[in-house]
Design a protein around this ligand. Structure first.
Ligand SMILES: [Zn+2]
Length: 277
């Protein structure tokens, strides 16, 4: 199984009414998952016993039939002694894939809950719906749903070469793919062409959708595409990128880790290139 990608999470069902039983508690502090002193996701009873102070909680769903709840803590809260809050990025490999995937869903729900306690229009407190994942402002008669931000990511190929880019915030030596957020009024295709033109200044053809991946930092939906190079010389947008260049598939630099959609696109291209060779 690839993290977050393509398939529904094995054994997980999103639900607003939960079966009886001791729930697992997916609590988030500044966007990071709260773990007990042993590095595990606690049960609600364990969290209460340890004195974890929660500011909002909601049903999340069931994993293998077992109830899961989601919660958030305001940033000023201190965690119980020995407990920690870790970014999901650093928990790949450390937590069970199913638990981590549910945590990724919980992270987006916790972000939604903690940022929509009040109506953005009138400022009155909102109330969570019991029927669906939304909150309602009674004053404005407005329902508010979790916002997902689409972000296009494109592998551009030219024969045996692929175009990789480096952002200043990347770990040393790491290269990724052209990517950017969809702006208001844009289609995915328009966004892809604009980002490519802005970041590297080239023209592309044969833009194709490959796969998507929810990316909970805090709530992107990554839309993975491939495109064939058509024309133009690379002109690096130095306000966003440190470098952009063609790499031969036989001599790639450090690339994103296996759980990322960037890596999925690169691995997929390599496999099809090697098959054609
Ligand atoms: Zn309102």
């Amino acid at each position: 199984m690839t993290y977050f990608l393509h398939a529904p999470i094995d054994g997980f069902r999103m639900a607003l009414s939960l079966p009886a039983g001791e729930p697992r508690l997916f609590a988030f502090h500044k966007g990071n998952l709260v773990l007990d002193a042993s590095g595990n996701v606690p049960t609600r009873t364990e969290a209460e016993a340890a004195g974890l102070e929660i500011d909002g909680m909601a049903p999340l769903g069931t994993l293998e039939g077992r109830p899961c709840v989601v919660a958030y803590l305001t940033p000023t809260r201190a965690l119980p002694d020995g407990w920690s809050a870790k970014s999901l990025r650093f928990l790949f490999g450390a937590l069970d894939v199913g638990v981590l995937s549910v945590a990724a869903v919980g992270s987006q729900v916790a972000h939604f809950m903690s940022t929509n306690k009040r109506c953005g229009t009138c400022g009155e407190p909102t109330v969570a719906s019991e029927k669906e994942r939304s909150v309602r402002c009674a004053t404005c008669e407005r329902d508010i749903y979790p916002a997902v931000s689409p972000c296009v990511i494109v592998l551009i190929h030219d024969g045996p070469r692929i175009l990789l880019t480096r952002q200043p915030r990347f770990p040393r030596g790491l290269y990724g793919l052209v990517a950017g957020f969809v702006e208001a009024g844009e289609s995915l295709e328009t966004c892809a062409r604009r980002e490519i033109a802005e970041e590297v200044g080239i023209e592309i053809a044969d833009l194709e959708y490959v796969a998507s991946q929810p990316w909970p930092f805090p709530s992107q939906l990554m839309v993975g595409m491939t495109a064939r190079y058509a024309s133009g010389e690379i002109v690096v947008d130095t306000t966003e990128l440190e470098d952009a260049r063609w790499f031969d598939v036989g001599a790639l630099p450090m690339i994103p880790p296996p759980f990322s959609i960037a890596r999925h696109l690169i691995d997929r291209f390599m496999a099809s290139y090697n098959e054609r060779k």
